[in-house]
Design a protein around this ligand. Structure first.
Ligand code: AP5
Ligand code: MG
Length: 194
């Protein structure tokens, strides 16, 4: 299976590039952010609890997102692998993901981290805030806080995958097509090595 962690700060293009990746390689897209937003829309107890964190741009507690992933891995066997978008965001989540995949006889092939500078992240998210109704795009201070939370709590997950030789930095600046080409080169590199 080709299981990929697509990593990066808010606005890095994880969702945009995931959509292309799943097409090209017949993968399942798993975005914890989208799953949580669905739960909020449905008004489930988990959604109501998660909303408190998301609306402030903070991370939702580990056990809540790990539970979401656990449920998903039991389904969808028709795919060639999974793109994880926005998960894992802490080292605990990364460890749990390895355990869950290991129990299914598979693992993470690679972690690709989209690198985008702060100014460009802000430009993209402020532009999106005018089009969508995401509660965490509502104002500048929430957007800034999400980027800070990434730097303080999430960026460290890179070390976890680097130690396993699975980390690949991708230049996330440029057009969507240019960035996708770099991602595909990364995947090809992995499949050749295999
Ligand atoms: P999540 O939904 O994961 O959001 P995020 O990380 O803040 O990232 P975004 O979805 O905003 O950005 P993206 O990288 O997907 O970029 P996109 O492709 O949209 O998480 C939301 C919240 O849920 C978290 O803050 C947290 O509270 C909670 N949560 C989720 N997972 C969790 C977990 N595992 N643990 C704990 N809590 C969790 O692109 C952004 C914009 O830029 C778009 O408008 C796009 O069209 C545009 N764009 C994309 N590429 C380009 C380009 N190359 N050039 C110009 N514009 C571009
Ligand atoms: Mg996204």
């Amino acid at each position: 299976m080709l299981n990929i962690v697509l990593f990066g700060p808010p606005g890095a293009g994880k969702g945009t590039q995931s959509a292309r990746l799943i097409e090209k390689y017949n993968l399942m897209h798993v975005s914890t952010g989208e799953l949580l937003r669905e739960a909020i829309k449905e008004g489930t107890p988990l959604g109501q609890e998660a909303k408190k964190y998301i609306d402030r741009g903070e991370l939702v507690p580990d056990d809540m997102v790990i539970g979401l992933i656990e449920n998903l891995l039991d389904e969808h066997h028709e795919f060639s692998g999974i793109v994880f978008d926005g998960f894992p965001r802490t080292t605990v989540q990364a460890q749990e993901l390895d355990k869950m995949l290991g129990a299914k006889g598979t693992d993470i092939a690679m972690m690709m981290s989209l690198e985008v500078d702060y100014k460009e992240l802000m430009n993209r998210l402020v532009a999106r805030s005018k089009l969508d109704d995401r509660s965490d795009d509502r104002n500048m201070s929430i957007i800034e806080n999400r980027i800070q939370v990434y730097n303080r709590q999430t960026a460290i997950v890179i070390d976890y995958y680097r130690a396993q030789n699975k980390y690949l930095a991708i230049d996330g600046m440029g057009t969507i097509d240019e960035i996708f080409d770099r991602i595909v080169s990364g995947v090809e590199l992995y499949t050749i090595k295999k």
